[in-house]
Write a protein of this length. Structure first.
Length: 261
């Protein structure tokens, strides 16, 4: 009741068919020898086109057998007439094959052209999309600049509207120092103030601190008692335990004594 089956059928694992050797008898022409040009993968197994070739070969052999012998002038004329008719028929068949081949090639050519047009249309679509995106970016940049210029002009108009009579206003020092965004606290660089230019103005430059000779002179001018460091050990007011800690009761007594004083 159990069986195994491989992933491939027998036909896919089969090699080319075996063709044994053969011997042809004298004065005999087997029909199968006319198909000796057909091999496995090149005409075999036979399809519709191969069957048409086999039928044409049979018709031609039957036509050759039906040709009259060349024993009289009338038979010769008849034979020539039959050969001319066969030749016209073969030319017509050849022209028909050429037409079929041309049609097949035309179909292949049409498919290639259609595929090329599709690829070209895709490239054109991508190119148009990129151009449209570039135009959109340029448009957005232009609109942003226009809005920026508009806001700048509005601020200028508002500033001019505050003093539309053109009167001179006195400087209000209290108002300037009260507003931390005024020119007093945050001057602008466009009016000629650059805070980084005078960054070294407040740096202390002293001869006694920046040079070795000044340090030596400063050391000589200072008294000897100043350079001597004296540390006094503070005596705890409360008695310490053997572990070095102050008891809570002793600390409380010290606090009460300090409060009493």
């Amino acid at each position: 009741t159990l069986a195994t089956q491989t992933d491939y059928r027998d036909g896919e694992a089969q090699t080319d068919p075996y063709s044994p050797e053969y011997i042809v008898r004298s004065a005999s022409v087997p029909e199968i020898l006319t198909l000796a040009t057909l091999t496995w993968g090149h005409g075999l197994p036979a399809g519709q086109a191969e069957m048409e070739i086999i039928d044409r070969i049979r018709e031609k052999r039957a036509w050759e057998a039906a040709l009259p012998p060349m024993d009289s002038p009338s038979n010769v004329a008849k034979r020539l007439k039959m050969m001319e008719a066969m030749e016209r028929k073969e030319w017509a068949y050849r022209e028909e094959e050429i037409d079929k081949l041309q049609k097949v090639r035309m179909e292949v050519f049409k498919k290639l052209l259609q595929r090329r047009e599709e690829n070209q249309s895709k490239l054109n679509t991508v190119r148009l999309k990129n151009q449209w995106q570039n135009h959109q970016k340029a448009k957005e940049e232009k609109m942003r600049k226009i809005h920026h210029d508009c806001a700048l002009m509005l601020r200028k108009l508002i500033a001019k509207r505050k003093n539309w009579m053109g009167k001179l206003e006195r400087r209000d020092i209290i108002k300037e120092y009260n507003d931390f965004s005024s020119q007093t606290y945050a001057p602008l660089s466009r009016i000629g103030f650059f805070p980084d230019d005078n960054s070294d103005y407040y740096v202390v430059k002293n001869f006694y601190l920046n040079t070795f000779a000044g340090l030596c002179e400063l050391e000589e001018s200072v008294q000897h008692s100043v350079s001597q460091i004296k540390n006094k050990i503070s005596i705890p007011k409360c008695a310490l335990t053997t572990t070095g800690y102050i008891r809570k009761s002793r600390r409380l007594e010290a606090v009460l004594a300090q409060v009493h004083q």
